[in-house]
Write a protein that binds this ligand. Structure first.
Ligand code: G1P
Length: 288
């Protein structure tokens, strides 16, 4: 079984839900406490042993590329001021030279199309996809657990979490034949089902382990929900030939692509911080 060495981060989305904040700043660079959302997700991938980070970007996303580079002047200034701890943290957050790649999705044709844009960079090996909007906070990193499950079950692994019934139309939804434990087989999936038509309330949480065959399917994939080329539809096509299993993520998922999820993530992550958590708790109580 080939190891999972590469991860794809689709970061081309316009972030219109966060205008005007995202007029000049990529939505992935908005901070959850003091780290950009994308940094949290890249750290999850690193913790799972990912070696190469592939970003599918778009116009106006240059800040992401700069963020994963060293800033010589900043490093020198921090060193001069004796702030070596901050310097070490910055360096630790930066991938090794040659371990990042950036390619552009030239048209906003959907998630499936964004993943397809990474085909040459991924090549002929299984890979992970992490959607930066979705932050997974659990005892162990979500992707690391998925890689272990793949080693046990083979095939593709898709992470899922339970969402309230009235939110199922916002996500890709899995049919698990009623199973809610272990690493169940996925029997079907549907992208953004109409209200009342979801086969379960297990939503795809934005973490995937896929095999490279998906690229051939994506190449010919017709537009689906929302008029976009959907990754979920391409996975459905492959379901007859490769087994899919669900990783039922038991921690908390924050959908930072929506205001409430973004704010909740900030509060939750800040409350856990030893330096500011206690004070923030008191301030929140006061505000209420
Ligand atoms: C995408 C996927 C969907 C998944 C969701 C998680 O949708 O297509 O299956 O449940 O991410 O955030 P999007 O949020 O891009 O509309």
């Amino acid at each position: 079984m080939k190891p999972i060495r590469k991860a794809v981060f689709p970061v081309a989305g316009l972030g219109t839900r966060f205008l005007p904040a995202t007029k000049t700043i990529p939505k992935e660079m908005l901070p959850v406490v003091d780290k950009p959302v994308i940094q949290h997700v890249v750290e999850e991938a690193r913790a799972a042993g990912i070696e190469h980070f592939i970003f599918v970007t778009g116009r106006g996303k240059g800040a992401i590329e700069d963020h994963f580079d060293h800033v010589f002047e900043l490093n020198a200034t921090l060193h001069q001021r004796g702030r070596d701890e901050d310097l070490a943290r910055l360096k630790d957050n930066t991938p090794l030279p040659g371990r990042t790649s950036f390619t552009r999705q030239q048209e906003p044709l959907g998630l499936g199309h964004a993943v397809w844009c990474a085909r040459d960079l991924v090549g002929d090996e299984p890979f992970a996809v992490l959607l930066p909007d979705m932050l997974h906070e659990g005892v162990t990193p979500c992707l690391a657990d998925m890689i272990k499950e793949r080693a046990q079950h083979g095939g593709q692994v898709i992470a899922a979490y339970e969402v309230p019934e009235h939110e199922t139309h916002r996500y890709g939804i899995l049919d698990l034949h009623g199973e809610t434990q272990g690493t169940p087989r996925i029997h079907a999936m549907i992208e953004k089902p109409q209200k009342g038509k979801a086969p379960s309330n297990f939503a795809i949480s934005g973490r995937y382990i896929l095999s490279p065959e998906i690229f051939d399917v994506l190449e010919h994939q017709q537009r689906g929900a929302g008029g976009e080329i959907q990754l979920t539809d391409a996975m459905v096509t492959l379901m007859n030939t490769v087994p899919y299993h669900a990783h039922l993520f038991r921690g908390r998922v924050f959908d930072t692509g929506h205001q409430l999820g973004f704010l909740t993530a900030n509060i939750a992550y800040a409350l856990k911080r030893p330096d500011i958590g206690e004070e923030l708790r008191a301030i929140i109580k006061e505000l209420m």
